[in-house]
Ligand binder design. Structure first.
Ligand code: 4AD
Ligand code: MG
Length: 443
């Protein structure tokens, strides 16, 4: 008997097959048992009748979240989930769960508080909505790799343990670097978990021209918001001979590619989430507006924000602003003092930088941060000093402006922010399998 995955069920219409999975729902009418089964790829109802004998008795004991192997004949049935039903010919219970599954049937959080659900994240991941989110996350990751390889980028891994700050010193996680076995050692070096691999990619483009990394980054964010994790996944891309404009064009093309792919390959997941697809469609059309920070501040003032001329945009500002648009926007040329040390000075206004944040529509706000990089040795030295960073830690980085410096740009996608937008989710913590936040490091 063929053991199949439910994604392929339609190919087996009328045939007898075996599926293996978990029971997420059960109804019984005495002589018939209806089991809702999922196998990680899809969902199906299996119908077993009393004539089965011993196997029927076994199935009648089945509890929620027991694992089973079920053989049956596939029947097309438009009313049932997945469009097919399985008429059971034999069945085996693989692990009978105790009858106290901790998460109630309506597993969308409506019967449990968020704390309870995240305490049971190891089980809650089985919930249909959570399943859909993680699959869309995977699709976005796949799309990023596909697009960047198509654009001649190669994946180049940057280190996780780093001696310096890429994005400012306030959110660094320091790790003890003296190995446990070395009792004698006193003062090990200062080592931090990476905030972004960008600086290393800037070194690598001088060898490979276009590179990207994709890995976990860490920020000790004090803010308890719906947009901040302490461990999240970032894709940094960096390209030689890309200026600020070309950098934004690349981000737009990448986003168009990702959204198109999710819309065409994750229809089921988006419908489980109840995502309004029409709200994503404009983002596949390109033409993302570019507005300057100065223009954004003026708009925000009209919209009722108390933002000042040289302030960074706050989360609320980004929300109000992006509700005005049906697709992502770029906000460019922020004041120097609110951005990182490595950004290139705007030749038209030395108090600003050639950066852009890409803000997602519908109030989601910043999902990408990017800029052209300062490629002038002396200006970079001045900026490292201005930020009060330790010059000795950045000697290697300054070397890059000495030996064959070229204009270059790059950007970083916050994967979970991106997933949050595409899935239409309120809180970022549902977009990663096991979230890490200031107050949560378990399970
Ligand atoms: O804007 P950020 O800080 O930019 C950088 O780190 C650059 N070095 C990237 C680069 O140019 N290669 O972070 C990039 C993105 C943000 O736009 C946001 O989407 C996300 O990372 N992000 C977070 N996501 C979740 N939790 C946090 N605490 C985040 N902080 C930033
Ligand atoms: Mg940013």
């Amino acid at each position: 008997m063929d053991t199949i995955l439910l994604k392929d069920i339609a190919k087996h219409d009328g045939k007898e097959v075996t599926i293996r999975g978990w029971v997420y729902g059960k109804r019984s009418s005495g002589s018939i048992i209806f089991l809702q089964i999922r196998d990680g790829y899809g969902f199906i109802q299996a119908v077993a009748s009393k004539e089965l004998g011993k196997d029927f008795d076994e199935l009648s004991k089945v509890t929620i979240e027991s694992s089973v192997s079920v053989t049956g004949v596939v029947k097309k049935d438009d009313r049932s989930e997945g469009g097919h039903e399985l008429s059971v010919t034999s069945a085996k219970v693989l692990c009978l769960s105790p009858d106290d599954y901790p998460i109630a049937k309506k597993r969308d959080g409506s019967e449990h508080g968020a704390t309870y659900l995240f305490d049971h994240r190891h089980l809650w991941l089985r919930d249909k909505r959570q399943w859909a989110i993680i699959r869309i996350r995977d699709k976005i990751i796949t799309a990023i790799y596909e697009f960047l390889h198509k654009e001649d980028f190669i994946k180049l891994d940057s280190p996780i343990l780093t001696p310096n700050a890429c994005e400012g010193t306030t959110t660094l996680f320091e790790v003890p670097y003296t190995p446990a076995w070395d009792d004698g050692a006193k003062d090990g070096p200062s080592v931090f978990l990476t905030q972004s691999g960008q600086l290393y990619l800037e070194a690598a483009i001088m060898a490979h021209s276009r590179v990207f990394d994709f890995g976990p980054v860490f920020r000790a964010e004090k803010s308890k918001t719906r947009r901040h994790l302490t461990e999240f996944w970032m894709m940094d891309a960096e390209a030689a001979f890309f200026d600020h404009k070309k950098n934004m064009q690349l981000q737009q093309d990448l986003t168009v590619y990702i959204v198109k792919k999710v819309l065409s390959e994750c229809k089921k997941e988006l419908s489980i989430l109840g995502r309004d697809i029409s709200k994503l469609e404009a983002s596949t059309k390109g033409d993302y507006p570019i507005i300057t920070h100065k223009e954004a501040v003026a708009m925000l003032a009209k919209l009722g924000s108390d933002i000042k001329e040289r302030d960074d945009l706050g989360a609320d500002d980004e929300t109000i602003l992006t509700k005005q648009y049906d697709r992502p926007i770029f906000v460019e040329k922020y004041p120097k003092e609110v951005k990182a040390f490595y950004m290139k000075e705007d030749p038209e206004d030395s108090s600003r930088v050639l950066n852009a944040d890409m803000l997602a529509p519908e109030g989601y706000g910043e999902v990408i941060g990017g800029s052209e990089r300062e490629d002038d040795y002396d200006k970079l030295v001045a900026q490292i000093k201005r930020e009060g960073l330790d010059m000795s830690e950045f000697q290697w980085y300054l070397d890059l402006r000495k030996y064959g410096s070229v204009p270059h740009s790059g950007f970083g996608i916050g994967l979970e922010r991106y997933v949050r937008w595409i899935c239409g989710i309120n809180h970022i913590r549902e977009t990663i399998p096991f979230p890490r936040m200031i107050k949560r490091i378990t399970p």
